[in-house]
Design a protein around this ligand. Structure first.
Ligand SMILES: NC(=O)c1ccc[n+]([C@@H]2O[C@H](COP(=O)([O-])OP(=O)(O)OC[C@H]3O[C@@H](n4cnc5c(N)ncnc54)[C@H](OP(=O)(O)O)[C@@H]3O)[C@@H](O)[C@H]2O)c1
Length: 302
């Protein structure tokens, strides 16, 4: 009934969660509410994403709320649907739900289709768009923040899980001289090599077959999470090589300490990638690219 006063039930987002509120307004009045976003995962308490997106929003003057959402391990779909039904505009997705989010999305970007994993969802009238911003985040961190041009370089990528899969095509797109993919279970590296063959040449192997030194060695394994070190030969770094661990921690990881002791002259952890992949999501959602440098500096100083 146009023009009549309608009781409308809405959800308002605050830092602590969703609060049901009842608003009374006519169609000519506007309820001013912030757009709501979240990061969903399990566990999630450690996530820096709410801090990062709050900084981006403050910096760009965007009116939004962003919070962490813990979903049961078997409850991703219902939690995401509920968030969407409550008016949520988009979500970041982290461990262990990236593959489920890939199946959940009704449309995929090309990079998400290839990665078979989604870390960014956008809820719209046309459906649910799934994107994967991890690879773009890594490439931006390497090239823009660390000043390491990938073109013509020899790259060793360790791991064949979700993180490696997500960054393969963006790395190949920069035309390295050689990209070697090494994995503890070599068959998984071989499978990725075949799957990404149309996007560039990949040499796939196990650690025992590693011989030549590399200018960039990226740790995309979860070994650092367990305080372990993949069995790399001591000669794996060229003089002046960059060692990059996707994991971030207060202290240098075992991999970064190994790299420092065996010829790598530059070391980086995954904080820059984390902030850059968040900036890609933010740009998709809000149409404005935040400045990542001050946010990276803030996280590093914490
Ligand atoms: N900074 C960021 O923004 C960002 C984004 C995404 C991911 N990450 C990080 O990337 C890492 C990998 O994540 P993921 O999702 O790819 O994990 P995943 O899918 O579970 O894959 C784990 C990979 O690590 C390998 N691995 C585990 N322990 C190992 C060890 N001791 N020695 C050698 N290889 C080992 C596994 O080899 P097998 O195949 O033989 O089991 C597999 O290839 C995590 O530390 C995650 O935090 C960071």
């Amino acid at each position: 009934m146009r023009g009549a006063m309608q009781p409308v039930s809405r959800m308002a987002c605050n830092g602590a969660g969703f609060l049901p509120i009842i608003l009374l307004f006519s169609h000519t009045e506007h309820a001013v509410m912030s757009d709501c976003y979240a990061v969903i995962g399990n566990p999630i308490a450690h996530s820096q994403s709410p801090f990062i997106h709050a900084e981006f929003a403050r910096q760009t003057g965007q009116d939004l709320h962003y919070r962490a959402l813990l979903a049961p391990r078997d409850g991703f779909t219902s939690a995401a649907r509920q968030f969407q039904a409550e008016g949520g505009k988009g979500m970041n997705v982290t461990v262990p739900f990236k593959e489920e989010a890939w199946r959940f999305a009704t449309q995929l970007t090309e990079r998400a289709r290839l990665a078979e994993a989604v870390n960014t969802l956008q809820f719209g009238a046309e459906g649910i768009l799934g994107d994967n911003t991890d690879g773009a985040g890594l490439v931006r961190d390497l090239q823009n923040n660390l000043g390491f041009s990938l073109s013509g370089k020899t790259i060793l990528l360790m791991g064949a899980g979700g993180a490696a899969r997500g960054v393969l095509q963006p790395l190949l797109a920069q035309r390295p001289a050689r990209l070697t993919l090494v994995n503890r279970t070599p068959a998984r590296a071989d499978a990725l090599k075949r799957q990404f063959a149309a996007h560039g040449e990949i040499l796939a192997c196990g650690y025992a077959a590693l011989a030549q030194p590399h200018q960039l060695v990226i740790n995309a394994t979860s070994s650092s999470l367990h305080g372990a070190l993949p069995p790399l030969p001591e000669t794996i770094f060229t003089p002046g090589a960059l060692a990059y661990d996707m994991m971030y921690a207060k202290e240098p990881t075992l991999f970064l300490r190994f790299a420092a002791a065996h010829g790598a002259s530059r070391l980086a952890d995954g904080v820059g990638m984390l902030v850059e992949q968040a900036a890609e999501s933010f740009t998709l959602w809000r149409g404005v690219r935040p400045d990542t440098a001050p946010v990276i500096a803030l996280l590093k100083s914490c």
